[in-house]
Design a protein around this ligand. Structure first.
Ligand code: ATP
Ligand code: MG
Length: 419
């Protein structure tokens, strides 16, 4: 194992005391234990880690026996959550090789994977099955050492995203890794190693087999982590956006479409940077708006619009998008409301103004109108009209914050990689 002195590389005060305590307790009981993954990477980059994960050779049962407030979660991949004060440290047992022909593993769905996946392994094996070199660093916070067998530190210095092992084989094991490459390239501002990038060409079609619920989780990580605009660029660069939102890609040639989407993403990133609440409903509504507008035009041209063509288009685009990314109703309903309000906002009817202002989605719909106006000056009149109406009747609009925090499940399910 390649050992590196961590003293000069990592600020010890940035370490989570709870994570260090968990490692210490495991070590006192003759286990080996390390802080792993994103936390070590972020510490080396001088960033504050989101959370601290620990990997150990202790089994879930052995871990639970050592900590009060520890709970085993997950069926396919047993993880232990150790509660330390307000923090929860996720502790996993080293995972081993699943062996065999990886293409066969990917072709099969769950049952075959299930058994192979909970195979415990050594630290070396655990490192090799991680996705990126920069995510396969093991920090021993007691001896201040970093174990770096896969040259993660060098890749951090070179600012390179590199898949561990043969990229195509690793993508076949778990195609979501391609999205992770784009996500980390965007989040960290790193470049993607050529071999890691090239294999995406032959593997991106495999994302079609990933369950839409997992793709939704991934889409949230891609677009709601504060780097949506750059992630959008990365996804476009690697032709990965079409694996998630083919409808959005089909409409990108529409004049102003890319600019509108990029601006929506920048706004979301800005709000996250300022700790303001954001909702995926608005972001996905903007992402798919050009597709809705395009479809709505087609419906109008075909002359078969019974009710509102935007409503019909919105329903269609949403239905098609849900086949790939299962956006839950608590977001998709507001998305449709935001779309359906656009033609009503365009009309500027003084008679209807008050009732429209009072609608729950008025502020979000107005935000989308602002983005549309930036691409289409003809909408300036409508923006002015609604600005005046809001000033005239602030008490009506004031009842609803511009964008609200989505209702979160108390205990978010974690979907673990299919490998
Ligand atoms: P973030 O700061 O975004 O949470 P992270 O590196 O902690 O980044 P997670 O998604 O929390 O990312 O995953 C934790 C660790 O698990 C990763 O660092 C990586 O080593 C491993 N991992 C996660 N997903 C996969 C995957 N699909 N294939 C292989 N290893 C994975
Ligand atoms: Mg993490």
């Amino acid at each position: 194992m390649h050992q590196i002195d961590a003293q000069s590389l990592i600020d010890p005060t940035a370490l989570s005391k709870s994570a260090v305590a968990v490692v210490a307790r495991l070590c006192e009981n003759n286990h080996s234990a390390f802080i792993v993954g994103g936390a070590v990477r972020d510490l080396l980059l001088g960033k504050r880690p989101k959370d601290f994960d620990v990997a150990t050779d202790a089994t879930p049962e052995q871990i639970v026996a050592l900590f009060r407030g520890a709970r085993i979660i997950g069926r396919r991949f047993q993880i232990v959550h150790v509660r330390m004060g307000r923090e929860i440290i996720e502790v996993t047992t080293f995972r081993g090789h699943h062996g065999g022909d990886t293409s066969k593993i990917a072709a099969k769905s769950n049952k075959g994977l299930l058994l192979r996946d909970n195979v415990y392994g050594t630290l070396d094996q655990d490192a090799a099955r991680r996705d990126l070199t920069i995510n396969a660093l093991y920090l021993d916070p007691l001896q201040h050492l970093i174990l770096d067998d896969l040259n993660g530190i060098e890749d951090i210095k070179k600012r390179t995203i590199r898949i561990i092992g043969d990229p195509a084989g690793r993508y076949r094991e778990d195609p979501v890794r391609m999205l992770r490459v784009a996500r980390f390239a965007a989040k960290l501002g790193f470049s993607v190693d050529p071999a890691t990038q090239e294999a995406i060409g032959e593997c991106r079609h495999l994302l079609a087999d990933i369950p839409s619920a997992r793709l939704f989780d991934e889409a949230i990580k891609l677009f709601m982590s504060g780097h949506a605009a750059e992630t959008f660029e990365q996804l476009r660069r690697h032709d990965l956006l079409e694996t998630l939102f083919p409808e959005a890609v089909d409409a990108l040639d529409l004049e102003g479409a890319q600019e509108l989407i990029t601006q929506a993403m920048k706004n979301t990133d800005g709000r996250i940077a300022r700790d303001k609440p954001v909702t995926p409903a608005f972001l996905f509504a903007a992402l798919l708006w050009p597709a809705v507008a395009l479809r709505s035009d087609e419906i109008v041209r075909a002359g078969n619009a019974d009710g509102s063509p935007v409503n019909a288009a919105g329903q269609e685009i949403l239905a098609r998008s849900l086949q790939r990314v299962s956006i839950p109703k608590r977001f998709s309903i507001p998305m449709r409301e935001i779309w359906e309000l656009q033609p009503r906002l365009d009309k500027c009817s003084p008679k209807r103004a008050k009732s429209i202002l009072a609608l729950r989605r008025f502020r979000a719909a107005f935000d989308l109108l602002l983005l549309r106006r930036d691409q289409d000056e003809e909408l300036s009149g409508a923006v002015k009209f609604w600005e005046e109406q809001q000033q005239l009747f602030p008490e009506i609009v004031g009842s609803q914050p511009p964008t609200e925090i989505p209702k979160k499940r108390r205990r978010p399910r974690r979907r673990k990689p299919e490998q």
